[in-house]
Design a binder for this molecule. Sequence first.
Ligand code: VAH
Length: 312
Amino acid sequence: MTKSILIIGACGQIGTELTLALREKYGDVNVIASDIREGTDVLMKSGPFEILDATNYDALEDIVMHYEVEEVYLMAAMLSATAEKFPERAWTLNMNSLFNTLNLAKEKKIDKLFWPSSIAVFGSNTPKEQTPQHTLMEPSTVYGISKQTGERWCAYYHAKYGVDVRSVRFPGLISWKTQPGGGTTDYAVEIYVKALEKGSYSCFLKKGTKLPMMFMDDAIRAAIELMESDGAKLSIRSSYNLGAMSFAPEEIAESIQAVIPTFTISYNPDFRQAIADSWPSSIDDSQARKDWGWSPEFDLARTTAEMLENLR
Ligand code: VAH
């Protein structure tokens, strides 16, 4: 019997590609996409879709009961840069959507939940290189605070109620199918678009700002592999560190110049520089590799090739 899966926030940067990948794997009709607004034509044409405000428990429960949903991927959130502009709205969306899904699992209305955390849970006094799975975490952004608190609630609901919730701390994600929205790492997507459009890019982070990054195909595979792994082997129910590569803006520029020699980059840091400065430079994801066999497949050169080829 194929499982019934609900994606909340299916029109976002991760949600769009996650929905298409899950439909490919489990069949279009078994994967229900939902979001506060409609998404890309490709997404909307590929299977069932419901308009859903993830902070509305009754509306969420109706969809879960109607489609007999067994697994939920909760991808709806307000990201770091936007959350600094609307702190209360960010907290409400990021936390109430999580409580709604954790409570559905507690009441046994769904069997399993995936919820993405982020490297944003770390702060300026966290060790920056090879940031450990367990370490000092004093996030200084609304988004990071909501993700750190969310991790604690996930661990609590697992320990107290046996909820099967699984999570990874995503680094900055690079994709071409959907524009990212409101993130500090979005420069790593914009740079490719501008390289093709204008041949130059004005970067909102300064040279030398090294951050953990990942190509979207790796991120989608990580979420699905974690959800399909043997729960008995999972020693972390807050959120797993997850890594793939780390680089600074000038390194992306160099990888683009290897393909487009005339490409130029300039640096004009804005308020997002302080956010990026509070985050790690690289991540120790050895616990994910040990517990459920994580292994990334995309490095910067392969990412640049994929981005330029598909955006062209
Ligand atoms: C953001 N893309 O920039 C997200 C992510 C690690 C960064 O959480 O807010």
